[in-house]
Write a protein that binds this ligand. Structure first.
Ligand code: G6P
Length: 483
């Protein structure tokens, strides 16, 4: 496949593969193409799992994205697992302006209700525009006549509008994986009109839940960029006012590859790893678990604070309860992430200093990327799973935990500010801003009798089984095809 031949083009900030040294490839699912002592391997992310089953339905699908590296030689498109992968090149300066700056220093905090302040810099936006234009131009080059383009997430919100200008023949869908804020907050953005116009270049805009979709509809109307034609339908006029185009805005809550988690959880290997892990932890009565990217939206600090207070008040006995907190390194050149790391590590140190014993820390803190198998073993040993973000588009970790509990044991404590709370209503729902409420929910989870936790887990599992990743991708694409 080469120019103008792909019938479906996924456009995402990252490619579904990464370059690793040749010797690291053994454990990966697939690989293709060597590049100077390095090898492309499939990355483990949720988006890859969600999109791959739907992409194989198309005869000729491409995925366009950044490799995560900067500089170096220009990489040509290459085939990987039946997909055409089209690398987009970013310079070091573009990484700073587009990725670290505008995407993760402006949009990420703004869309997460400003849990941390967002910064507005014109140079960042210029870089964002330039990089979005490059993605749009490259996508226009690989798309066949009338092809479907599916743009992903907040790093690329200008791409739908740019693509429509370049290729009006395309069907353009956009899905936002993170929350969409209330218009009152979005209004702060100095480039609010341009960003909204960019999104309105789509035929279909997908959001994680109905509140996000309503926020976008209200925003587009208040900015006078579109007219509301009824719930979930906006219309825009062409510049010369001769044509009107409709845009659908709708919720498509994303799921996980449920079967993969369920099957792995029941495998001998994971059950062995889980038994081994529990033994290493000293056979505690209760294991509590948090698995997050080290991100200030995730509420890792509030969770540690609640745990520390419960230990201080002797409502939790450190001889019986152990916590594991995986905090995967993320965006570690962005200031807010650097200071979060210091805060979290100080809290962990304090808790272990006050309540741990030699060889038995109360919090096992891991600031490293863990393998799928290691995470699965943790899901299996966790009696209580803590998912306490201040704001989260969906939170797939909550769903992965549920999918791994084939024996219907375990309790999920879930923030009401995670998109997943709209679906996982059988969890113990908490407000992470209410520390006392969170502490009570943790104690309730630790003490919950097995009948009650089983009833809740059954309800959770029914939801996660029915709304999996493949169903999500297919329902978005079939809605887009209908328009
Ligand atoms: C969130 C975003 C994704 C992003 C991921 C990892 O889930 O919605 O678009 O890829 O975080 O963040 P990173 O900055 O490493 O791509």
């Amino acid at each position: 496949m080469s120019k103008h031949e792909a019938n479906l083009v996924v456009v995402a900030n990252r490619l579904p593969v990464k370059l690793v040294p040749l010797e690291e490839r053994e454990n990966d699912q697939s690989d293709s193409g060597e590049s100077g002592g390095m090898k492309w391997v499939t990355s483990p992310g949720g988006l890859v799992a969600a999109l791959t089953p739907a992409m194989v339905d198309y005869d000729g699908a491409a995925w366009l994205g950044w490799t995560g590296e900067t500089g170096g030689e220009t990489l040509e498109p290459f085939s990987h697992d039946g997909l055409l992968l089209v690398p987009v090149k970013l310079s070091e300066q573009e990484r700073e302006l587009h990725y670290e700056g505008m995407s993760n220093g402006t949009i990420w905090p703004l869309y997460h209700d400003k849990v941390e302040p967002s910064e507005y810099h014109r140079t960042w936006f210029d870089g964002y525009r330039r990089v979005n234009q490059r993605f749009a131009t490259q996508a226009a080059e690989v798309a066949a006549e009338g092809a479907t383009i599916w743009v992903q997430d907040y790093q690329l919100q200008l791409v739908p509008g740019m693509l429509r200008d370049l290729r009006p023949d395309l069907k353009i869908g956009f899905f936002l994986h993170i929350p969409f804020p209330a218009p009152e907050l979005f209004f702060q953005l100095p480039w609010r009109a341009e960003m909204t116009q960019g999104l309105l270049g789509s035929d279909l805009i997908g959001m994680q839940n109905p509140d996000d979709a309503t926020n976008f509809e209200r925003l587009a109307v208040r900015l006078d960029e579109a007219t509301n034609q009824g719930p979930g339908i906006l219309s825009v006029h062409s510049d010369d006012d001769t044509t009107v185009r409709s845009i659908q805005v709708k919720a498509f809550p994303i799921g996980i590859d449920t079967e993969r988690y369920a099957e792995a959880a029941e495998s001998k290997e994971i059950q062995y790893l889980a038994r081994d892990l529990r033994a290493q932890l000293g056979q505690p009565e209760v294991v509590m678990l948090g698995v997050d990217r080290l991100d200030y939206t995730k509420g890792i600090d509030v969770r540690l604070r609640a745990f520390g207070e419960l230990l201080a008040e002797e409502r939790i006995d450190p001889a019986q309860v152990t916590m594991i907190q995986v905090a995967e390194p993320s965006r570690d050149r962005v200031e807010a992430y650097i200071s979060l790391r210091e805060r979290v590590e100080q809290m962990v140190g304090e808790i272990n200093g006050n309540y741990g014993r030699v060889g038995f820390p109360v919090v096992h803190y891991i600031h490293q990327t863990q393998s799928f198998e290691q995470i699965m073993a943790m899901y299996r040993v966790a009696d209580v799973m803590l998912v306490t973000p201040f704001r989260d588009g969906m939170n797939l970790v909550a769903k992965e935990y549920v999918a791994s509990r084939f024996d219907e044991t375990g309790t999920l404590v879930l923030s009401e500010f995670a998109g997943a709370a709209h679906q996982l209503t059988d969890a113990l729902l908490v407000n992470p801003y209410d520390i006392d409420g969170l502490k009570n929910a943790i104690v309730q989870a630790v003490e919950m009798d097995s009948d009650q936790s089983q009833t809740r887990m059954k309800g959770l599992r029914a939801n996660v089984e029915h709304n999996d990743a493949a169903a999500w991708a297919r329902s978005f694409l079939s809605q887009l095809a209908k328009d």
